[in-house]
Design a protein around this ligand. Structure first.
Ligand code: ATP
Ligand code: MG
Length: 334
C-alpha cells in the first residue's frame, strides 16, 4: 500500500497554523502582570510582549541564555521520511531565528494508529532525528498520542548569547532587509497535495537548516530577525514592523521564488491560510499597483522558510529596507 500522507491532513505544514489575527487575540489574553511568576527562578529576556517572538528566552548567566520553543504540524508532503526532516528543520528554525544554537530536542507525535502503520511513524521520527543530528542537536525522548490526523514536530532547547540575539522588536531604520530562502513552498505543497507531483527543489529548501544563515547574520552584527513560516513574508514582515515600531519596505522584484511557484499560484494552488495572511496584512500595507497574484505569492504560507533579517548578510539577497514608521507598517514596491 502506498500511503499519501497529505491526504490525512486538513491544512498542511505551517499553513495549518491558527490565523494570525486570531492568534494575536488569544495571546493578548495572556499578557500583563498576571502572567508572571511571583518568584521567578530565571529572568525572562524574551516573552510575549509585542505579540511574541520566535521563542522564549530566559537568562542562564552573564553570557548565556536558554532558548525554548515547540513546533508541530500535519503532513506537508506524502513521503514520511521527508515530512520528518521538514518538521525537524522547522522546529529547530525558531532557535536559529533567535541567533541561538539548538542543544536538545524531544519528539512530539500524534498518530492515527488505527489507519496508518506504526512503521510509517518510525520513518517520520527517523527523518526528524537525521536533521536534528545534522544540526548537532541531541534527540532523546518525546510524547506520542493517538489522533485522527497525523502531526509531528519537536520541542527544542538551545543556547544564545543575550547580547547577540536576533529579536523581532529590534529592527532599526536604515538597515537593509535580507531573506535567506526563496518563497513558494506553500503553493508547491498545495499542488503536491492536490496532484501528487513531487517538487524536489521545495523539499530541499524545507529540509535546509537555517543554521548557516543565522550564524552569518549574528557574525554580520544583525540584531533583528525572524523566520518566515505560516504567516508568509508579508505577515512576518508586518509582525516585525509592528514589534519594532518601524516600516518595512519590500522590493517585490528582489524577492526570490522557487522556479515552479508562480505557475502554481496562477493555476490556483493557493491555500486558505495564504489568503487569510493577505487579508490580515492588507489594511496595514501599501501595495501600489502590484497584481493580486503577486500579493498572494508574497503572503504564501511557508513551511520551514528562511530568515527575514534587518541587516545585510553576505551571501544572501537584500529584498528591501527598514524605514522610520510611516503611514503603513508594510510597503511593497512593484
Ligand atoms: N497557545 C499559545 N500560548 C502562548 N503563546 C502562544 C501560543 N501559541 C502561540 N504563541 C505565541 O505567539 C507568537 C506567535 O506564534 P507563532 O507560532 O507564529 O511563532 P513561531 O513559533 O515563531 O512560529 P513558527 O514556528 O511558525 O516560526 C509566539 O511568540 C508564540 O510563542
Ligand atoms: Mg518563528
Amino acid at each position: 500500500m502506498t500511503v499519501r500522507l497529505t491526504q490525512y491532513a486538513g491544512g498542511g505544514g505551517c499553513a495549518c497554523k491558527i490565523p494570525p489575527g486570531e492568534l494575536d487575540t488569544l495571546v493578548a489574553t495572556l499578557g500583563g502582570g498576571a502572567s508572571r511568576p511571583k518568584e521567578p527562578a530565571a529572568e525572562l529576556l524574551v516573552g510575549l510582549d509585542g505579540g511574541g517572538d520566535d521563542a522564549a528566552v530566559v537568562r542562564l548567566d552573564g553570557e548565556r541564555a536558554i532558548v525554548t520553543t515547540a513546533d508541530f504540524f500535519t503532513p506537508v508532503v506524502d513521503d514520511a521520511f521527508d515530512w520528518g526532516r521538514i518538521a525537524a528543520a522547522n522546529a529547530l528554525s525558531d532557535v536559529y531565528a533567535m541567533g541561538g544554537t539548538p542543544w536538545a530536542a524531544i519528539n512530539l507525535l500524534a498518530w492515527p494508529r488505527e489507519t496508518l502503520p506504526m512503521e510509517l511513524a518510525a520513518e517520520v521520527l527517523r527523518g526528524g532525528r537525521e536533521v536534528a543530528h545534522a544540526a548537532g542537536c541531541q534527540v532523546s525522548g518525546g510524547h506520542s498520542v493517538t489522533d485522527p490526523e497525523p502531526k509531528y514536530g519537536m520541542s527544542v532547547v538551545g543556547m544564545v548569547d543575550p547580547a547577540r540575539m536576533l529579536r523581532l522588536d529590534a529592527a532599526e531604520p536604515g538597515r537593509a532587509l535580507t531573506l535567506t530562502k526563496p518563497l513558494g513552498t506553500g503553493v508547491l505543497n498545495a499542488r503536491h497535495k492536490a496532484t501528487g507531483t513531487v517538487f524536489d527543489e521545495a523539499v530541499a529548501v524545507m529540509t535546509e537548516l537555517n543554521r548557516d544563515a543565522s550564524l552569518a547574520a549574528v557574525g554580520a552584527g544583525v540584531r533583528a530577525g525572524t523566520d518566515v513560516t505560516g504567516f508568509g513574508l508579508l505577515g512576518h514582515a508586518y509582525r516585525m514592523a509592528r514589534a519594532s515600531g518601524v516600516t518595512l519596505a519590500l522590493d517585490a522584484a528582489a524577492v526570490p521564488f522557487l522556479a515552479d511557484a508562480r505557475a502554481a499560484a496562477v493555476d490556483g494552488f493557493v491555500s486558505g491560510g495564504s489568503r487569510r495572511n493577505l487579508a490580515w496584512v492588507a489594511p496595514h500595507a501599501e501595495f501600489g499597483a502590484l497584481a493580486e497574484v503577486e500579493r498572494l505569492l508574497l503572503a504564501d504560507a511557508q513551511t520551514s522558510g528562511g530568515l527575514l533579517l534587518a541587516g545585510e548578510v553576505p551571501g544572501y539577497p537584500v529584498v528591501g529596507e527598514v524605514l522610520p514608521r510611516g503611514e503603513a507598517p508594510v510597503v511593497v514596491r512593484g
